[in-house]
Design a protein around this ligand. Sequence first.
Ligand code: AQP
Length: 329
Amino acid sequence: MQRVFSGIQPTGIPHLGNYLGALRNWAAMQADHDCVFCLVDMHSITMPWNPEDLRRQTLGSAACLLATGIEPTRLYNQSAVSAHARLGWIFNCVSRLGWLNRMTQFKDKAGKNRENHSAGLYVYPNLMAADILAFHATRVPVGDDQKQHIELANDIAQKFNHDMGTEFFPQIEAFIPPAAARVMSLRDGTKKMSKSDPSEQSRIVLTDTPDEIALKIRRAKTDSDALPSDVEGLEDRAEARNLVAIYAAMSDETMSDVLARFGGQGFGPFKNALADLLVEKLGPVATETARLMQNEDHIISVLRAGADRAREISEPIVQEAERLVGFIR
Ligand code: AQP
């Protein structure tokens, strides 16, 4: 069975972009893949953080993931399994500065003030490569924004294999969903929906109440034209395209199907229908998350059991990588 690895940062409650870009596929892949899913808390401290928030958000994200259908034994938090840090360090020494300089996510997150960012943010893609390769995972379900990082992970695996004269690490394939692989902000159709966007109105989170969902969709930025009757008509209309793409992904239809129904109409009825659809699909996730959050000890025990399983899989792989490098164990 092919092994799948994927992670999410517990930097806030997962949002609709995380759900459509990743989490929904995670849950679906469990049926026919050997899955390992991780709350990548070590990645979460690459940007400024508050320890109490990190703790709370790790537990909240775990509850949310379980509520989306992730099986408890497959979930753990990264810092509990030392394989990530050990292989991450080896990859810091395999990866090249020139490769990291090309990573667009670092440029986006660091902005103009690069000198003031953590070294961790810069080497983040090396740790991400270690996250996946510590499990010899070959399939990684991610949103479109992670494509470049997966390519880098393959470059690192190849260079390690070449330098050590082995075929130890496999090549990785990104699994990017065909629809809504990049969900955009509800306030600005040119920016991706993100947990760290200061505007809460920019995203729908998986714990939003029906009223909050309806309000955010009603307030979502649009233009003043009616919806077009075909997909070409969405060109240069980033916000309209985003809402149609969300509708299509949530209803498992194509964007053309959606426009065949709503094309020619104003945004009012479409937004009402979209809000109803989101409430129908995400409402049960919010209810189950709230139920799980009432028992923090249970969530902690789920993460501990998941970490035990993750250690069992990753330990022999990382020990072999350490042996290949020349470390004495
Ligand atoms: N807007 C998005 N559309 C589609 N997929 C997305 N993902 C994230 N945003 C979108 C996918 O969700 C998975 C987990 O992402 P992450 O939390 O590890 O990191 P991120 O990509 O940096 O997400 P955020 O929300 O933007 O977090 P912050 O603000 O903390 O940096 C990944 O598979 C990602 O592709």
